[in-house]
Design a protein around this ligand. Structure first.
Ligand code: PLP
Length: 410
């Protein structure tokens, strides 16, 4: 178990008394991460990979050290990790970088649970290139919205060029069996892209164990600042992927007629990067590693169970996705979506904020097709992380119960 009280002292924003349960949108940022970024600006503010002066050498070393740490955190080698702005950029880089490999009649398989950031790039490829998209929906435990390996077996065939899949649903918190799906991809010569925006912050992710070809994630959901993320690209594929941008920093040589790009991660990183952001992400990885993701997971699981059981005991509350039965154990993270009968998600979220300083997300969670499938406008989503406590969960439950039993203002 983790020392939550000790951890909470690193998040000064909590001193205001807020109860922060919107980590799935963006996490809070601890002091050591802020310190690491300020240290860059105060001590060795310089560009990276350019020139020979001592400041640029320090900045480059720190920047590349951060890349090494972040890569190790996901089981990759440093040169297989491209720094991006966020998950969205990583997925778009892959979608646009694969254009020359995707042709009319090729299939991209996605799931019902995808975030718009792992849907729109493929819809664009569909309209530009004439590819087909197959959406995998649950066929077994429909109520839990369980996507099982057999659901994917039916969809992945010889026409499938790519499976683009979320590892953990941002809307309902469920974990998808991507390791098993990777085996199906290999058997059908299909590539696998994992949207790991919600998994890397919460689960131990190892790209080699998973067997994926691409994995995209965002720093700001794992204690790092906004504006920095990572994209793993399997080394063998790197030369075949067209970069999203070309320009300074990525070039081996150039003339007025032609240019030659550098290899590995460097070919994808034109222009001055988010240096302090990358250093901050490295510090966030240090922070999470020191605590241990397994410890984070244990704490989160305990709180999640209390939260779901508490919500389910309140009349009129519906919880989406997995519950707390033995069959559901280990299949979700601490992101819990629910609705109160007769109340809009925005009304509930506003009251939680106004009456309890409880910060939760309401709306469609960038998953409009999923909300349409469920026949709802959206949900209230409470997402937990290492700084949340049992008393905060209890406070949320008390308020939800109060809101559930009071009539809505007309
Ligand atoms: C599953 C999932 N994919 C993609 C994204 C997009 O992340 P970003 O906005 O950092 O690019 C999010 C953000 O909420 C997400 O939860």
């Amino acid at each position: 178990m983790i020392d939550t009280e000790r951890i909470r002292r690193d998040f000064h924003i909590l001193e205001s008394g807020i109860i922060y349960m919107d980590t799935a949108a963006t996490s809070l940022t601890p002091e050591p991460v802020l310190d690491a970024m300020l240290e860059y600006y105060r001590g060795y503010n310089a560009n990276v990979g350019r020139g020979v002066h001592h400041l640029t050498r320090i900045a480059t070393d720190e920047y590349e050290e951060a890349r090494k740490k972040v890569a190790e955190f996901i089981g990759a080698r440093a040169h297989e990790l491209v720094f991006t702005r966020n998950t969205t950029e990583g997925i778009n880089l892959v979608a646009s970088g694969l254009r020359t490999r995707l042709h009319k009649g090729d299939k991209v398989v996605i799931s019902l649970l995808e975030h718009h950031s792992n849907l729109l790039p493929w819809l664009r490829a569909k309209s530009d290139l004439g590819i087909d998209i197959e959406v995998v929906k649950p066929s077994g435990r429909m109520r839990e919205l369980e996507l099982s390996v057999s659901d994917f077996e039916a969809a992945i065939d010889e026409h499938t060029k790519l499976v683009a899949l979320t590892h953990v649903s941002n809307a309902i918190g469920s974990i998808l069996p991507v390791g098993e799906i990777a085996k199906l991809c290999h058997a059908n010569d299909a590539l696998l892209l994992v949207d790991a925006a919600q998994s890397v912050p919460h689960l131990e992710v190892d790209v080699k164990e998973l067997g994926c070809d691409f994995l995209a994630f965002s720093g700001h959901k794992m204690l790092a600042p906004t504006g920095i993320g990572g994209l793993y690209i399997r080394e063998e594929l790197m030369p075949e992927i067209e970069p999203l941008m070309v320009g300074g920093g990525a070039v081996e040589t150039a003339s007025f007629d032609d240019y030659r790009l550098k290899g590995a991660n460097e070919r994808f990183e034109s222009g001055t990067p988010d240096i302090s952001g990358a250093i901050g992400l490295g510090a966030a990885v240090d922070y999470l590693t020191a605590i241990g993701l397994d410890n984070v997971r244990l704490t989160e699981e305990k709180l999640t169970e209390e939260l779901i059981e508490g919500l389910q005991s309140i009349p009129g509350v519906e919880v989406y996705g997995y519950g707390t039965s033995a069959a559901d154990r280990g299949k979700r993270i601490g992101t819990v979506s629910f609705n109160l009968a007769g109340k809009s998600p925005d009304e509930v979220a506003l009251r939680l904020d106004n009456e309890g300083s409880i910060i939760v997300r309401s709306g469609h969670h960038c998953c409009i097709p999923l909300m349409n499938y469920l026949g709802i406008e959206g949900t209230v989503r409470a997402s937990l992380y290492l700084y949340n406590t049992e008393s905060e969960v209890n406070r949320l439950l008390e308020l939800v119960e109060r809101i559930a039993t009071q009539p809505s203002p007309s």
